[in-house]
Design a protein around this ligand. Structure first.
Ligand code: PEP
Ligand code: MG
Length: 584
């Protein structure tokens, strides 16, 4: 019998395959009393388990497939760091001695207490960090109980093309998936901002989380379909469904194959407008895919991911190395390095104020950097030093007024002067630009354009702040509308301000990578797009099929309209001869 289960799709794509159930055999822990004379040896047993857990994690890190190294090992480092933290290593010892209880029980109590703290946090990103605590606690408990390692962590190429079903997966599990050709995964727990979900998207593996009680319905070797975009798992699909999904997979393969021929071709419209097509990257592991996709450079490198999953920020030297390698490998193509955009949904320990009432309106990005020079200066120094190795553009996020811009430019001048005195090389002509993602900045884009070498439109935030909606709050998502006239006006003002000042304006928000908006944006005068490498050729396809001249009038009507239906109908007409959406 066919059964359909719905969860939260966190990485799109269709997979059809047999199920492999990952049995974590949840550890059952019970309490027993330990005699006073045995408390020392119980404590020692606990310390030994912690040591073994560290050894296991280090072994996993060493076996990460090459090419996935830097950022992925960061996820494992998070768990290793937890195993250094007194909350995990010391507090259970105190509990053992106070309650005279066994080590497993003490660790369970402490794990529950830590989970409760995370539950109370008002921040979805931090709340999902609870998963990390859970993984670490479970690992140590399994050692204490002699359960052996979690089976699925061991590399196993027999699982090629299987769909993994689990209650939950750790980032360490996920790192192995691409290497062993796993087709997709589905879990009962986890959220869209969990590390596991982030990795699934980076690796391009369809994934669904939040499939509550799913394993009551699914058995090993069952044939299932995973529809990552819809968040749907179909168990035992009938012939029609299989035909439908196989059709979608085939179309997708043909479409991707067809797109490959666009790689060497220019991103030029039918009426001869040349467009620059750049890539957005987050993780060093994506750097190669940028060139494969034929990007003309990197339009947005979100450096904050370098700062996550670790207790200390990366040093100047460490950053310099990452930037230098990227810049050299892309040269002479431009690499736009955005300075830290921490805060809001991207927190790291020890910086900013994670308990702000309105984090999106709080100490974020350039605001945080200006407040914490010890965080900001090493990054600026690393970028400026790396600038001699190719074509670097430095991008400042979340500017709200010119004063912030002056402060950053002043700091950069100061660092350059020091370098000149010390004979440290840097590119004196490195371009410096600003993100336009706060409505105040868009309204004053002309002033920014007079002082900056380029502007970059961050529509994800520009829409959030224009519409006064939290971009991660599903209840107000309906207001997240790139076609809203206020949003379109701000975009248009920014593009025009750039043109008047003779500087380039690109767009690096998700709107730029959505095929449906590409033509409208071209008609609005945008000719630099920065998009995820996976959609780059799709955007190029739309650009090459567009005649801006032909859609000019429809676009003007759309931009003038305050009626949502009219705008949608104009957009449909603008996109009339685009093929059906093939994005999953
Ligand atoms: C944006 O806001 O559109 C953007 C590109 O930045 P981020 O998504 O990293 O906030
Ligand atoms: Mg932004």
């Amino acid at each position: 019998m066919t059964i359909a289960l719905r969860g939260t799709g966190v990485s799109s794509g269709v997979a059809i395959g047999k199920v492999h159930i990952v049995e974590r055999n949840r550890v059952e822990v019970s309490e027993y009393q330990v005699a006073v004379v045995d408390l020392d040896s119980e404590t020692q047993r606990f310390h030994n388990a912690i040591t073994i857990a560290r050894q296991q994690l280090r072994a996993i890190r060493e076996h990460i497939p090459p090419g996935l190294a830097a950022d992925i090992s960061g996820f494992i480092d998070t768990h290793l760091l937890m195993l250094e933290d007194g909350a995990i290593t010391q507090e259970p010892v105190r509990i053992i001695r106070e309650r005279h209880c066994n080590a497993e029980w003490a660790l369970k109590l402490q794990g529950d207490a830590l989970s409760a703290v995370f539950d109370e946090m008002n921040d979805p990103y931090l709340r999902t960090r609870k998963d990390d605590v859970h993984h670490v606690v479970e690992r140590v408990q399994r050692i204490l109980l002699n359960h052996g390692p979690m089976r699925h962590e061991l590399p196993d190429s027999r699982l090629r093309d299987y769909i993994i079903f689990a209650d939950d997966l750790s980032p360490a599990d996920t790192t192995m998936m691409e290497h062993h050709g796993i087709a997709a995964f589905a879990t009962e727990f986890g959220g869209p901002t969990s590390h596991t979900a982030i990795l699934a998207r980076s690796l391009g593996i369809p994934a669904i989380v939040g499939l509550i009680n799913a394993r009551e319905y699914v058995r090993s070797e069952d044939l299932i379909v995973v529809d990552g975009r819809a968040g749907l798992v179909i168990i035992d699909p009938d012939a029609d469904m299989l035909a439908y999904y196989r059709g979608r997979q085939d179309r997708r393969h043909r479409y991707i194959k067809g797109l490959a021929r666009l790689k060497g071709l220019p991103a030029r419209t039918q009426d001869g407008i040349d467009v620059k097509l750049y890539a957005n990257v987050e993780l060093p592991l994506e750097f190669e895919s940028v060139k494969e996709a034929g990007a003309e450079g990197i339009g947005l490198y979100r450096t904050e991911f370098l700062y996550m999953n670790r207790s200390e920020p990366p040093t100047e030297e460490e950053q310099f190395e990452v930037y230098r390698q990227l810049i050299e490998s892309m040269a002479p193509r431009p690499v736009t390095i955005r300075t830290l955009d921490l805060g809001a949904d991207k927190q790291v320990d020890g910086h900013g104020n994670p308990l702000e009432a309105n984090p999106a309106l709080g100490l974020r990005a350039v605001r945080l950097c200006l407040k914490e020079p010890s965080l900001f200066r090493p990054q600026l120094r690393a970028i400026i030093r790396a600038s001699v190795y190719g074509n670097v553009r430095l991008l400042i996020p979340m500017l709200s007024n010119l004063d912030e811009m002056y402060q950053v430019l002043g700091t950069i001048d100061n660092i350059r002067a020091t370098f000149s005195n010390q004979g440290i090389a840097f590119d004196e002509n490195m371009k410096i630009g600003g993100m336009i993602e706060v409505p105040a900045a868009a309204l004053c884009a002309d002033a920014f354009a007079r002082h900056m070498d380029f502007l970059s439109l961050g529509t994800n935030d520009l829409i959030q702040y224009t519409m006064a909606i939290d971009r991660v709050n599903k209840d107000v998502n309906y207001l997240y509308d790139p076609l809203n006239p206020a949003v379109l006006r701000l975009i248009s003002m920014t593009i025009k301000a750039g043109k008047r000042a003779g500087i380039s304006v690109s767009m690096c928000g998700e709107m730029a990578g959505d095929e449906h908006f590409v033509r409208l944006l071209l008609a609005m005068g945008l000719n630099e797009f920065s998009v995820h490498p996976r959609v780059l050729l799709q955007v190029k396809r739309v650009i090459r099929s567009t005649s801006v001249d032909e859609i000019e009038r429809l676009s003007q009507r759309l931009l003038r309209s305050h009626d949502a239906r009219t705008r949608q109908s104009m957009l449909n007409r603008i996109n009339a001869n685009l093929e059906a959406d093939m994005t999953d």
